[in-house]
Design a protein around this ligand. Structure first.
Ligand code: CAA
Length: 381
C-alpha cells in the first residue's frame, strides 16, 4: 500500500489549489451572494485542463486519473462548492458516460469541446416522480425514421441552463420498465429543449439546477448512447463515479470549515484566553480533522479502484455517505466554534453549513447510499 501521490497527481492538486486560492476565494463569496454562474472561473478551468481531468489527451483532456480528479474537486470545493459541483457534474456525469459508452465518432464529436470548457455538460436523469427511485422514468423516446422524439420532464438538473451537451435518459420501451431505459447525447440548442425554471436553493448558489421540459425534442439516431435498453445501468455506473466527485466536494467543504475554525479559535479570546485553549473547542477540531482524513481516504480509495478498472459500487457509496456526513458535521461544529459570528454572513462558515447539506442529498441521498452498501454487502456475503 502506497499513500504517496504520483508527481502528476501532486501537480494536479497543486494547480487546483493555487487556482482556488487566487481565483475562487473572493469569487466564491460573490457567487454565493449573487447566485450568478461563475462563468469566468469555469472558462479558466477549461483552459487549465480541469474540465477534462480524466479525459484522455487524444480527446483533448488532461489524460490524468480519477485520483487526480478527486484531488482537484476537493481543492475547488474548499473555496467554492458551487464551482466544484459544476466541474463534478460536467466531468463525472456528462463526459464520463460519453467516454465510457460512446462510439468513437461520439467521443471525437463531443469530448474535445467539453474538455476545453467550450461546452458544459449535464446529466438528465431525475424526474418529478423519479428521484431516489431513479428507475421510475416517464420520459419517452420514440423512434421516428432516423430520429428519436423525446417528450418528458426532468428535475433538479445541475448545469442545465449553461449546458451545451446533455446526457438524457428516456424510455424507449415502456413495457420493459428499467430495462427499457436508453441514454442519449442531446445538444441543448435543439428545438424542444426547454428550461422551465431554475430552483432557488439553500446553498451552492452559483450551480444552477433546473427543471426541464422536452417537447418533441428530436435527436438523430446516432445520438443514442450505448445500446437501447442499457441506459439505466449506464446511469448507475455513471453515478458510481459521480459519487466520488461529490465525496471529494464534501471533503473540500469540510476542510474549509476546519481551516476557518482553526483560524478563529486561535484569534478569538474568551475569559482571557484564546478559545483554542479550551478542551470543548479542541475536541471539536480533533473530531473534524479525523473524520475528514477518513473521508478523504475513502474517497481516494474509491477513485483508485475506478482507475484500476475494478468494481467500486460499495466504495463510492461509502465515500459519498461518510464524506457528506463528515462535511455536515464539520460545518455544524464550525458555526458553533464561531458562536454568534458563525451565524452571520460576515463569516464563511454559515455558507459551508448551507453548502454541505446538499452533499447528503444529491447523487443519491445518504439513505440510498446505505441501501446500496447493504445490498452489496449481502450480495458479496
Ligand atoms: N453499476 C452497474 N449496474 C448496476 C449498478 C451499478 N452501480 N447498480 C445496480 N446495477 C444493475 C443491477 O444489477 C440491476 O441489473 P439487472 O436488471 O440485470 O438485475 C439493474 O442495474 C437495476 O439495479 P437495481 O435492481 O439495484 O435497481 P433499483 O431500482 O432497485 O435501485 C438505486 C437502484 C440504487 C436505488 C438507484 O435508483 C439509485 O441509485 N437511486 C438514487 C438516484 C440518484 O443517485 N440520483 C442522482 C441524480 S443526479 C444528481 O443528483 C446530480 C446533481 O445534482 C449534481
Amino acid at each position: 500500500m502506497n499513500f504517496e501521490l504520483s508527481s502528476e497527481q501532486a501537480q494536479a492538486r497543486q494547480t487546483a489549489r493555487r487556482f482556488a486560492r487566487e481565483k475562487l476565494s473572493a469569487a466564491g463569496v460573490e457567487t454565493d451572494r449573487t447566485g450568478r454562474f461563475p462563468r469566468q472561473a469555469v472558462q479558466e478551468l477549461g483552459k487549465l485542463g480541469m474540465l477534462g481531468v480524466f479525459v484522455p489527451e487524444r480527446y483533448g483532456g488532461a489524460g490524468l486519473d480519477h485520483v487526480s480528479y478527486a484531488l482537484v474537486v476537493e481543492e475547488l470545493a474548499v473555496e467554492c462548492a458551487a464551482t466544484a459541483v459544476i466541474v463534478s457534474a460536467h466531468s463525472s456525469l456528462a463526459s464520463w458516460p460519453i467516454l465510457s459508452a460512446g462510439s468513437e465518432a461520439q467521443r471525437a464529436a463531443f469530448l474535445p469541446a467539453m474538455a476545453a470548457g467550450e461546452k458544459l455538460g449535464c446529466f438528465a436523469l431525475s424526474e418529478p416522480q423519479a428521484g431516489s427511485d431513479a428507475g421510475a422514468q416517464k420520459t419517452r423516446a420514440v423512434r421516428d425514421g432516423d430520429s428519436y422524439v423525446i417528450n418528458g420532464t426532468k428535475n433538479f438538473i445541475t448545469n442545465a441552463p449553461e449546458a451545451g451537451v446533455a446526457v438524457v435518459f428516456a424510455l424507449t420501451d415502456p413495457h420493459q420498465g428499467q430495462r427499457g431505459i436508453s441514454a442519449f447525447i442531446v445538444e441543448t440548442e435543439r428545438p424542444g429543449w426547454q428550461i422551465v425554471r431554475i430552483e432557488e436553493k439553500m446553498g451552492i448558489h452559483g450551480a444552477h439546477s433546473a427543471q426541464l421540459s422536452f417537447q418533441d425534442l428530436r435527436v438523430p439516431r446516432d445520438r443514442l448512447l450505448g445500446e437501447e435498453g442499457q441506459g439505466f445501468k449506464l446511469a448507475l455506473r455513471t453515478l458510481d463515479g459521480g459519487r466520488i466527485g461529490i465525496a471529494a466536494q464534501a471533503v473540500g467543504i469540510g476542510r474549509a470549515a476546519l481551516e476557518q475554525s482553526l483560524k478563529y479559535a486561535v484569534q478569538r479570546t474568551a475569559f482571557g484566553k484564546p478559545i483554542a485553549s479550551y478542551q470543548a473547542i479542541r475536541w471539536k477540531l480533533a473530531d473534524m480533522a479525523v473524520e475528514l482524513d477518513a473521508a478523504r481516504l475513502l474517497t481516494l480509495k474509491a477513485a483508485a479502484l475506478k482507475d484500476a478498472g475494478r468494481p467500486c459500487i460499495r466504495e463510492a457509496a461509502s465515500a459519498k455517505l461518510f464524506a457528506a456526513e463528515a462535511a455536515m458535521s464539520a460545518a455544524i461544529e464550525a458555526v458553533q466554534v464561531h458562536g454568534g459570528n458563525g451565524y452571520t454572513r460576515e463569516f464563511k462558515v454559515e455558507r459551508y453549513f448551507r453548502d454541505a447539506k446538499i452533499t447528503e442529498i444529491y447523487e443519491g441521498t445518504s439513505e440510498i447510499q446505505r441501501l446500496v452498501i447493504a445490498r452489496r454487502l449481502l450480495a458479496e456475503h
